[in-house]
Design a binder for this molecule. Structure first.
Ligand code: NAG
Ligand code: NAG
Ligand code: NAG
Length: 927
């Protein structure tokens, strides 16, 4: 395959075209269940709830549901189900529905939820002849209409926020045995061939479907919604498109070679959370399902939604979004997040699935990667290059070629004979090494992983129960079956220093190809009828004795990174924070890894997509996101490379990476001007590293996105609902990277109130009034970034080789005043790598400015950290009446401070206040 890929690349080089091979991937019509479900458009739901069965136990309402043959004269029950409605803390409900007596248990994701959701009170308010009404402790009401079944969720002001099954698209295909009939000719009982039910084909692949059809579907209507967001990973806009006349959005983790832009095709990650937003409210739906899923969206405001439909469904009202989720298997399990603002739904989602834990600080700095740094000398020279050219960098990455012929946890000892010395040489400069570990295991006699896994029965099995053998980088490969807890533990143990020789606490891990990618598998992944471990229940046999890959597919990569993360914790007895990078993603992946957007291209469109893709990821819990700076395939010329570094410097995960066949492109291989601009971009990142670190600390507490779409902070400002080429960092910085070729200016939208919100250009301190577009000149040196008036930002401005060397450096505090001449900000400080912050060894401080006083106080007074950092400079932008004197008080020491006025007399600089950041201080101003 490697050679095949090389041939393909050679072919492309000749023909000059790069494009996804769409034939490798299914359309909805080629996916049996998607086609089947999408064609079903019943006028009236078959499902009806049996009111006599309603019962409340704890925070859950239980009821029986039946499907009714609407064609027949008398009431004929076709199948029985159980519906559960649970109240969950913080404005969340859970709706579960499964067959009353399924032939086999159906799979529920095991890792997406961080814990058992915390219950809220559920009150049964009333029950009449066709409705049940329940409420939670926060005043949200749920009305279940019995026949036809419909569930309405009301917001706190008593308006309908979400309706389930409004469009009668609830379907749970009952599991059943093959139908049998007597053969006319022979008189024998034979199995009836039901087309597609017991097997389907895609290209040369046959999927045996041992359990037959078991798909599920549900529709959700969001009255008053103006846009929908979420369900990454796709390459189209952040606000979701109406899918009626094309393909639905697809969630099925796939290694899509040369993926295309503006597409709803599946990609590496699939996170099934969708938000509907309007000025009235924001509501979310988390579809808790790990199987292949397709999502249809109709936004009634889209011009391509026929007006007759709008009139029919909404009575002419144009603000409404409908979404329909369709999954190949699983139970119906939906969390309804009632908001009612974007911040609320994002918090509610991360309350269920977890947050990104506080990362080691270095991981927020700049990373240098390439497929491949070929040997120790190469690594040494790249390491040296960053010093020679005065560009800060925190890590060097090794792709698959460092291994002994793609056998993970081994080294190619010809090219890398001294791994621990190589690591020491990096750490001597304050840098780390990051190595790739992929899930495919080379089937080679003598390879310890392969032999042990074979012997212990740790591999995923094929449909016949034999070790599955697929093709990946090493050639013939097998895959560990992490559903078996012993296997997850086994992988974790491989990260021990005595096992993975040459590694240390300064070696971190990149998990790639974990969709999983299988070059010769259907759609470049594992066959759906492969078998996974299932905790055995006595008497389970046949399809009940194992999970099929189809049931767990989107969760496989999460199982993998969880085991990696655990292994990295264990190797130091839980002392150091691990850094893991993943390509595949599912709900909950944020608890273990950062994510990048995979194998992109050195093209302007992919630079743009890096912003919208990471915004979608961030609102789906994955705040730690970035794209390959420069693009993976092809070669970025100077302008694109410069703009990409400038954009990457303001995205959460900042790593340059490139394909093995591309020209080398370390920054110093470019012309002197480009090198200087790249250096400047990296230095800007390092200057703001403490701000980034504070944002991630705050994310770990409140679960809110670090990179935020504008509508999160400005939910009533309709103009921002479709903006995805600019974004906010926290609520303080607005970033509008230059994403277009050859432009001398860009339009920047500044959100907020025209009279009260100010945005300060971070380069010039020029204040702009909000609420509308400004024209920003963009010479090559310009990165349009604005600090919101009313905020304080910490900066560190000394130039260093790596972030570790900046720990004791002094701060510059930039105060940008609001219309009231006040400002505030926060700062988090700790050792940057251990869990000692859990023992109160940290500082989380508030910085507040008013014309009379500026103060630095600890938010948690019990916590402290002995930082050697001090305040070198305070810049106050937007000052109207400069003070005459400034007096610093720290402990019992008082100092008079020197001030100077700059730029039109509205920027005041306090020189060398010298206050230690280890203790609170204040500055009193007099006029
Ligand atoms: C580590 O650095 C020393 C000193 O520069 C050098 O001699 C040695 O070759 C380096 N080792 C590796 C493995 O890069
Ligand atoms: C200014 O102060 C007023 C009164 O305290 C407050 O309502 C307003 O929100 C403040 N404006 C800003 C921009 O902070
Ligand atoms: C600080 O310590 C006191 C006394 O032990 C305790 O009551 C308080 O809750 C602590 N505060 C925080 C923020 O942990």
């Amino acid at each position: 395959m490697k050679t095949l890929r090389c041939l393909l690349l050679a072919f492309l080089a000749i023909h000059g075209s790069f494009a996804v091979d769409r034939n490798n991937f299914k359309t909805c019509a080629q996916s049996g269940f998607c086609k089947r479900l999408r064609e079903q458009k019943p006028e009236k739901s078959q499902y009806a709830l049996d009111l006599t069965s309603v019962m409340v136990q704890g925070n859950t309402l239980f009821a029986n549901v039946e499907t009714i043959d609407r064609e027949s004269e008398k009431r004929t029950v076709l199948h029985k189900y159980v519906l559960k409605l649970s109240a969950i803390q913080d404005g969340t409900f859970r709706v579960e529905m499964d067959e009353a007596e399924p032939l086999y248990p159906r799979y529920v994701p095991q890792l997406a939820l961080k814990d058992t959701p915390v219950p809220d009170k559920l009150n049964l308010v009333s029950k009449d002849d066709n409705r049940v009404i329940a409420t939670n402790s926060q005043g949200h009401k749920v009305v279940i209409t019995a026949d036809p079944l419909k569930v309405e969720f009301y917001d706190k002001s008593g308006d309908v926020a979400l309706v389930m099954n409004e469009n009668s698209q609830l379907i749970i295909e009952p599991l059943r045995k093959k139908r049998e009939a007597v053969d006319d000719e022979s008189g024998n009982v034979v199995e009836v061939d039901e087309e597609g039910t017991w097997g389907e084909n895609f290209k040369s692949h046959h999927d045996s479907k041992p359990r037959g059809n078991e798909a599920i579907s549900m529709d959700f209507s969001f009255p008053d919604a103006e846009q929908a967001y979420g369900i990454p990973e796709h390459t189209d806009k952040v606000n979701l498109a109406t899918t009626t006349s094309g393909e639905p959005y697809r969630l099925f983790n796939l290694d899509v070679f040369e993926f295309e832009l503006d597409s709803r095709m599946a990609l590496y990650a699939g996170i099934p959370v969708l938000y509907a937003h309007g000025t009235k409210r924001t509501v979310g739906v988390f579809w808790h399902n790990a199987a292949e899923t397709w999502v249809d969206v109709v936004n009634y405001a889209d011009s391509n939604v026929v007006s007759s439909l709008v009139n029919l469904v909404t009575g002419g009202q144009k603000q409404r979004v409908d979404a329909r989720f369709m999954s190949e298997s699983g139970v119906l399990d939906v969390f309804v997040l009632l908001g009612d603002k974007p911040k609320d739904v994002f918090r509610q989602y991360t309350a269920l699935t977890g947050v990104a834990p506080l990362p080691p600080k270095f991981s927020l700095a700049y990373h240098q990667s390439r497929w491949n740094y070929v040997d120790e000398a190469d690594v040494a020279s790249v390491n040296e290059g960053f010093d020679t050219h005065d560009i800060p960098a925190d890590s060097i990455w090794l792709d698959i070629e460092y291994t002994n012929t793609k056998k993970y946890f081994t080294w190619d000892l010809e090219k890398f004979p001294h791994p621990s010395e190589m690591v020491s040489n990096l750490t001597a400069k304050g840098r780390k090494l990051i190595v790739i570990i992929d899930p495919h295991i080379k089937r080679e006699a003598g390879y310890f992983l392969h032999e042990e896994a074979t012997e212990r029965g740790y591999y995923v099995k094929n449909k016949d129960g034999k070790d599955y053998d697929g093709w990946c980088w090493p050639g013939s490969s097998s895959y560990l079956d992490f559903l078996n807890p012993l296997v997850s533990q086994y992988l974790s143990e491989q990260y021990r220093y005595d096992k993975f020789v040459g590694t240390s606490k300064d070696v971190h891990i990149w998990n790639d190809m974990n969709e999983p990618s299988v070059f010769n598998g259907p759609e470049i992944t594992m066959p759906k009828d492969n078998r996974h471990y299932k905790e055995s229940e006595s008497g389970s046999e046949g399809p009940a004795a194992y999970w099929e890959h189809r049931h767990i597919h989107n969760e496989y990569g999460l199982y993998y990174i969880r085991a990696t993360h655990q292994g990295m914790l264990d190797r130091d007895n839980g002392k150091y924070r691990p850094f893991v990078l993943t390509r595949a993603g599912f709900a909950g992946s944020q608890r273990y890894a950062a994510i990048w957007t995979g194998d992109n291209m050195a093209e302007w469109g992919f630079l743009s997509a890096s912003v919208s893709m990471c915004l979608s990821m961030a609102i789906a819990g994955m705040s730690f996101c970035g794209s390959d700076v420069g693009g993976f395939f092809k070669y970025p010329e100077s302008e694109l490379m410069t703009r990409w570094y400038q954009a990457g410097a303001y995205q959460s995960f900042f790593r340059a990476h490139s394909h093995i066949e591309t020209k080398r492109r370390e920054p110093w291989l470019y012309d002197a001007d480009t090198l200087a601009l790249i250096r400047d971009a990296n230095r800007r990142r390092y200057a703001l590293l403490d701000f980034w670190y504070t944002l991630f600390f705050e994310h770990s507490r409140d679960g809110l996105p670090v990179m935020r779409p504008l509508f999160q902070e400005y939910p009533d400002e309709t103009a921002v609902f479709t903006i995805d080429n600019e974004y906010l960092l926290g609520d303080k910085l607005l970033v509008r990277p230059v994403l277009e070729q050859g432009v001398s200016s860009v339009k920047v939208y500044l959100p907020g109130s025209r009279t009260r919100t100010l945005w300060y250009d971070v380069d010039t301190y020029q204040a702009h009034q909000a609420n509308g577009y400004i024209n920003q000149e963009t010479p090559m040196s310009k990165i349009p970034v604005y600090q919101r008036g009313g905020t304080v930002l910490p900066r560190k401005e000394r130039v260093r080789r790596a972030s570790a060397l900046m720990a004791a450096d002094p701060y510059t505090l930039v105060v940008a005043l609001d219309a009231n001449n006040t400002a505030s900000g926060t700062l988090y400080i700790d050792d940057g790598e251990t869990y000692e912050y859990r023992n109160n060894k940290y500082i989380y401080a508030k910085l507040e400015y008013s014309p009379e006083i500026m103060s630095y106080t600890f938010i948690n007074e019990n916590a402290s950290y002995a930082t050697r950092s001090w305040v070198e400079r305070i810049v106050i932008a937007g000052i109207k009446a400069p003070p005459k004197t400034a007096k610093l008080t720290q402990g019992d020491k008082q100092t008079s401070l020197l001030m100077t006025l700059h730029k039109g007399n509205d920027v005041l600089v306090i020189r060398k206040p010298g206050a230690s950041m280890a203790k609170p201080w204040k500055i009193n101003f007099s006029y």
